[in-house]
Ligand binder design. Structure first.
Ligand SMILES: [Fe+2]
Ligand SMILES: [Fe+2]
Length: 155
């Protein structure tokens, strides 16, 4: 399980060079889990991470980080509600992953607010493989459970 760790973020050099010029995050059809409200919020996530990745280096990333924090809280709260209402068996595991990830996103938002804009970009880079893994494991399991149980997941 890939987990975002503040220690690993701190270990990454914070000044991006031309060699690490940002590339965006594109939507991949493998992210689709055939659950419309989940697919919709995942499109929103990809769009926000992409915005953080492609923003000019001199741009103020704080509004984008604020949007990412707001999104992440809403995204995870929605999945939490579905897990509880549908009695998803591994709720604790998925919830724990969300809690840790939200803590990292919030901590990085505060670092960006304090002037470390590059750390926001570093987080965005790490969120690409994190999301790939999270969708293919935790969110896939939840979407599959919802499909099997017939729980009516609403946004
Ligand atoms: Fe999700
Ligand atoms: Fe999730």
């Amino acid at each position: 399980m890939e987990t975002l760790a503040p220690e690993s973020l701190a270990a990454i050099p914070s000044a991006p060079s031309a060699a690490t010029a940002p590339t965006g995050m594109a939507w991949q059809d493998r992210y689709l889990l055939q659950l419309a409200p989940m697919d919709d919020i995942h499109r929103e996530f990809v769009s926000l991470v992409n915005a953080l990745l492609v923003a000019p280096l001199e741009a103020d990333l704080l509004p984008l980080m604020d949007a990412l924090v707001e999104h992440t809280e809403r995204h995870f709260a929605m999945e939490q509600r579905w897990m509880e209402e549908s009695h998803f068996p591994p709720t604790a595991c998925h919830e724990d992953e969300h809690t840790k990830s939200l803590a990292v996103v919030t901590a990085v938002r505060d670092k960006v607010a304090a002037g470390d804009a590059a750390l926001g970009r570093t987080l965005a880079r790490e969120l690409v493989p994190w999301f790939d893994n999270h969708v293919a494991s935790m969110d896939w399991a939840l979407a599959t459970w919802i499909a099997r149980t017939g729980y009516a997941a609403a946004a």
